[in-house]
Design a protein around this ligand. Structure first.
Ligand code: HEC
Length: 271
């Protein structure tokens, strides 16, 4: 610094005076870093040799080449506060919200295996009865339809287990509502479903598709019983004769009198 000739320093100062009008960036520059650009910008009356002399006078190792002055918009951007004060609480709340949101997204609609497995048991019926039980090849099971045909679940279990071919031409359902085979063939499920799956699919068609009232004590007991057997991975086969013994003869051809009982599947009050 001390070795810069006096006339060059003066010229640098006058150049700086001109540049102040350019913007805040130039004023922020230190006098030392302004030396070279200011000197080069000034139309030098003394000519290039003087500049060369000045450059030679600056020890290269002491004074690094000055950086080009920042454009004023860059400096303004640096000076600006990135996050407005009012937004700060939001910035801190965002990760918490994101975490809790992610938490709800990861939860399945229901963690209750009763509903998961019941829906699974119904999946093979949907092709003929519709995904929401609206009907198709087979009767509609939604909107209370299935409850009108089978006031008690156990008669429905016997029907689904036996299918329609075995009782073709016979009347079934409450008030002689149906004649088996009239609409087509309902496949038998006694050998393809376990007893638990049969109860689950009947539960699904009644409680979910036909919105049966599930709030009385015996119904809730049945649901808890199903949950326990799911937990235990029960694989008991269907015993059609036992189901028929539990069924109401007024609704189920070959029914054994109904009355329900502890040995009959479904809500204990059934029959
Ligand atoms: C291949 C097509 C098909 C499949 C698969 C099928 N069904 Fe059916 N279902 C029918 C037909 C057809 C009828 C009517 C039979 C008749 O006319 O007697 C019927 C009738 C019924 C009825 C009597 C409804 C009423 O109001 O009379 C119930 C309950 C029923 N099915 C439940 C089921 C369940 C539960 C499953 C799955 C485990 C199932 N169905 C799978 C075709 C099917």
């Amino acid at each position: 610094m001390t070795e810069i000739p006096e006339h060059l320093l003066k010229r640098s100062k006058s150049a700086k005076g001109q540049k102040t009008g350019d913007g805040p960036a130039s004023t922020a520059e230190s006098s030392s870093s302004a030396v070279t650009p200011a000197a080069s910008e000034t139309p030098a009356p003394s000519g290039p040799p003087a500049i060369a002399a000045a450059a030679a006078a600056i020890p290269k190792d002491v004074e690094p080449a000055p950086a080009a002055p920042e454009p004023h918009y860059v400096a303004a951007s640096r000076a600006r506060n990135r996050i407005p004060m009012w937004a700060l609480p939001l910035v801190f709340a965002l990760p918490i919200w994101a975490l809790s949101y992610a938490g709800t997204m990861q939860l399945p609609p229901t963690e209750d295996l009763l509903f998961v497995d019941a829906a699974q048991a119904y999946s093979s019926c949907a092709s003929c009865h519709g995904a929401t039980g609206g009907g198709g090849v087979g009767y509609a099971l939604s909107g209370g339809e299935v409850l009108q045909t089978f006031p008690e679940p156990v008669d429905q279990m016997a029907y689904v287990a036996r299918g329609s071919a075995a009782i073709a031409g016979e009347t079934y359902g409450a008030n002689g509502r149906r004649v088996a085979g009239e609409l087509g063939v309902m496949p038998a499920h006694k050998d393809t479903y376990t007893l638990l799956e049969l109860e689950l699919v009947v539960f699904y068609e009644r409680a979910i598709l036909s919105e049966e009232d599930t709030t009385d004590a015996s119904y809730l007991e049945w649901m808890d019983n199903l949950r326990e057997r799911i937990e235990a991975n029960e694989q008991d086969p269907i015993d059609l004769d036992q189901l028929l013994g539990c069924a109401d003869p007024a609704i189920t051809p070959g029914g054994g009198g109904g009355g329900g009982g502890p040995e009959c599947p479904g809500p204990a009050s059934a029959g």
